[in-house]
Design a binder for this molecule. Structure first.
Ligand SMILES: O=P(O)(O)OC[C@@H](O)[C@H]1O[C@@H](OP(=O)(O)O)[C@@H](O)[C@@H](O)[C@@H]1O
Ligand SMILES: [Mg+2]
Ligand SMILES: [Zn+2]
Length: 163
């Protein structure tokens, strides 16, 4: 039995519309079509894993608790859409760019933490991001397939081999 393969997902601009430092449920709108896409990937054997830069916390725009509230809401909606999702599948970086942390994309820290937690086959895994830094983080973490989407546009995964 091969190790688990992941569908790594950026959050803002991929799962929800990136309005800029989304820190409340009111501002959280799912990108049209993204939930069915994630469900399709899960049915194809991919573990959805969210890796998100949340410098809004470090910048003081919203708190960690605000982020956790939004995350609970997001997970609930994903479950309602038939996706098996829990909090352990969400990794975030609360730091500002100038803190020089290891977890902020384009650094691979969050993806490597997920690899350890779930015993992932990174070569067989995918990354969907809306910024170059998302793709760089995935490449640095050894993720085999990396897709840059237009911000706030869901991808039609039937067109992509592998799903
Ligand atoms: O796309 P992910 O990684 O899920 O999250 C990105 C957000 O944390 C925010 O990242 C910020 O970049 P800076 O962190 O200020 O460079 C800005 O681009 C915001 O518009 C954006 O909402
Ligand atoms: Mg993004
Ligand atoms: Zn960090």
């Amino acid at each position: 039995m091969g190790r688990l393969k992941a569908l790594f997902l950026d959050r803002d601009g991929v799962i929800n519309i990136d309005h800029g430092y989304v820190g409340s449920i009111e501002d959280f709108q799912f990108v049209e079509g993204v939930l069915p896409m994630i469900r399709l990937a899960q049915e194809a054997g991919y573990l959805p894993i969210i890796v998100t830069n949340q410098s809004g916390i470090g910048r003081g725009y919203y708190s960690r608790e605000d982020f956790e509230k939004v995350t609970r809401f997001m997970i609930e909606k994903m479950r309602e859409a038939g996706i098996e999702m829990n909090r352990e599948q969400v990794f975030f970086c609360p730091h500002t760019p100038d803190e020089g942390c290891a977890c902020r994309k384009p650094r691979p820290g969050m993806l490597l933490e997920a690899k350890e937690r779930f015993g992932l086959d990174m070569e067989a895994s995918w990354m969907i991001g809306d910024k170059a830094g998302d793709i760089e983080a995935a490449r640095a973490a050894g993720v085999g397939r990396r897709v840059l989407v237009q911000p706030n546009q869901a991808l039609n995964w039937k067109e992509l081999n592998g799903f």
